[in-house]
Write a protein that binds this ligand. Structure first.
Ligand code: SAH
Ligand code: SF4
Ligand code: F3S
Length: 472
């Protein structure tokens, strides 16, 4: 039985891709192992969004040089976004790599691996560059990879990612994703529905719909065009699926029909990741985000108005080309005002092949980027902590996800972790058999990142709680 080791970096899209690749290889008889040393085949599913993500993979490849010399039969493969971006350069930088496969060719991996094992020599399969053909040709070269799921491969049988679209057409000037993931293409609603029904039949209770700009989803079949709000309504009818999330939202596509769907359909999580990136109009313009900070604020006001308990989260980039101290203070102001539940903050990392790299100077020194990064994180932590304090003494409903990595427990019971409807992480003592259930818990402590709670052992019995509006 060939032994497979896979390492994954990057976003949820990559996590899903790796899950599917592993499932397809297990069908071929591969067995998953925990270290590269034990493996016959070593795969890296890569990310190009920041330089750091690429450096990590090239150093991991560097560490395999001797292993490969020692055992030339070991197959080493580089998959995903960096494979698509660097293509032959991967072989140049690490000549002992056997396989380079872009995110649009993942379905070919089992065949490519057996060809390599049979002595074909190194193989590379990638999609067309965005300017290398007509829109239709380029689209065809990026195939969405959505084979039948193997539920044993999911990290949790109760939760699953479901891809609803691939690619991106927004071309923010800093971002490599439109290049490496190709044109935006939405999957047919009926295919997504069939996948969700299968997941429900296997016992999955929560699905997270994935897209780079998930709320730009749009698919036309015959007369009917479906947007994300229509798709959610369709999936909402599936028995067994009790919670629906979707990431990542593009601020301009946060339309009222979508907000109304989240407000009116009780299975929708009240968690909205809507990255702002910056609070300065000058920076937003150079980023080509397509909105002003005033428009972002209006969008946020609509969210707060329609879904008062929504937990909104954001991404910020600090030190983008030409960002002044004033621009940065505008981001800090937006963060304070918006009171995001959480924010990811990134130092700008210039990506060759983007408009930003071509046209704008990466002129903010690294120590300034680092300081701004720390400042924003400190502001966010303060907000998150304050907002989590508001949960003290409150009862919330969680979907129990598994055993907690934290170990603060004093009782004999294991510590479990779950998430509220608004995506807050809750840690509590409980039996492991509760994993996969929705439970009421009472919050007794909180920090910026976690709520600590105890299971409510009510006289009324759990049925009563499941009737409550689950919008904690
Ligand atoms: N499609 C999503 C996320 C894309 S990548 C969206 O549009 O929001 C995730 C995050 O990485 C982005 O939101 C952005 O904050 C950050 N990012 C993207 N390119 C970057 C770069 N070149 N340098 C630093 N951060 C970057
Ligand atoms: Fe990148 Fe912008 Fe597309 Fe998000 S919307 S993936 S940041 S280009
Ligand atoms: Fe990275 Fe590709 Fe995702 S570049 S963030 S893994 S789409």
């Amino acid at each position: 039985m060939p032994k497979l080791y896979i390492e994954t970096v990057g976003c949820q899209m990559n996590m899903l891709d790796s899950e599917l690749v592993v499932a397809s290889l297990r069908k071929e008889g591969y067995e998953l192992v925990g270290t590269p040393r034990e493996a016959d085949t070593i795969l890296f599913n890569t990310c190009s969004v920041r330089q750091h993500a690429e450096d990590k993979i090239y150093s991991a490849l560097g560490r395999l040089k001797h292993a490969k010399k020692h055992n030339p039969k070991k197959i080493i493969g580089v998959l995903g976004c960096m494979a698509q971006k660097d293509q032959r350069l991967v072989f140049e930088r690490a000549p002992y790599v056997d396989l380079v496969v872009g995110p649009g060719q993942l379905h070919q991996i089992p065949a490519l691996l057996s060809e390599i094992a049979a002595g074909s020599g190194p193989r590379m399969e990638v999609s067309l560059d965005r300017a290398a053909g007509s829109r239709a040709e380029v689209e065809r070269s990026f195939e969405s990879y959505d084979p039948l799921r193997d539920h044993e491969m999911r990290p949790s049988p109760y939760q699953a990612f479901v891809r609803i679209m691939i690619g991106c057409d927004k071309f923010c000037t800093y971002c490599i994703v439109p290049k490496v993931r190709g044109p935006e293409q939405s999957r047919p609603a009926h295919q997504i529905e069939a996948e969700a029904r299968q997941l429900a039949a296997e016992g999955c209770r929560e699905i997270t719909l994935l897209g780079q700009t998930v709320n730009s989803y749009k698919h036309t079949a015959g007369e009917r065009t479906r947007r994300l709000s229509d798709l959610i309504a369709l999936l909402h009818d599936i028995d067994g699926i009790d919670r629906i999330k979707f990431v990542t939202n593009f601020p301009k596509d946060m339309t009222d029909d979508l907000l109304a769907a989240v407000r009116d359909l009780p299975k929708c999580s009240h968690y909205l990741h809507v990255p702002a990136q910056s609070g300065s109009n000058a920076v937003l313009r150079r980023m080509k985000r397509g909105y002003t900070v005033e428009e972002y604020r209006d969008m946020l006001a609509r969210v707060r108005d329609m879904i008062p308990d929504a937990a909104v989260t954001s991404d910020f980039i600090v030190g983008f080309c030409g960002e002044t101290e004033e621009d940065f203070q505008a981001s800090a102001r937006l963060m304070r005002e918006a009171r995001f539940k959480n924010s990811f903050v990134f130092k700008y990392s210039e990506r060759p092949g983007t408009k930003g790299a071509e046209l704008l100077a990466d002129d903010v020194p690294d120590d300034v980027k680092r300081r701004r990064n720390n400042e924003l994180l400190a502001i966010q932590t303060e907000i998150s902590e304050e907002d989590n304090q508001a949960f003290l003494g409150r009862q919330v409903e969680v979907l129990v996800e598994g055993k907690s990595k934290l170990n603060r427990g004093t009782s004999e019971l294991p510590q479990l972790t779950g998430r509220t409807n608004c995506d807050r992480i809750v840690v509590f003592d409980g039996q492991e058999r509760l994993v996969g259930q929705f439970l009421p818990v009472l919050v007794y402590d909180a920090n910026a990142f976690t709520l600590f709670a105890s299971i409510v052992t009510a006289h009324a019995g759990p049925e009563v709680y499941s009737l409550q509006a689950p919008h904690a």
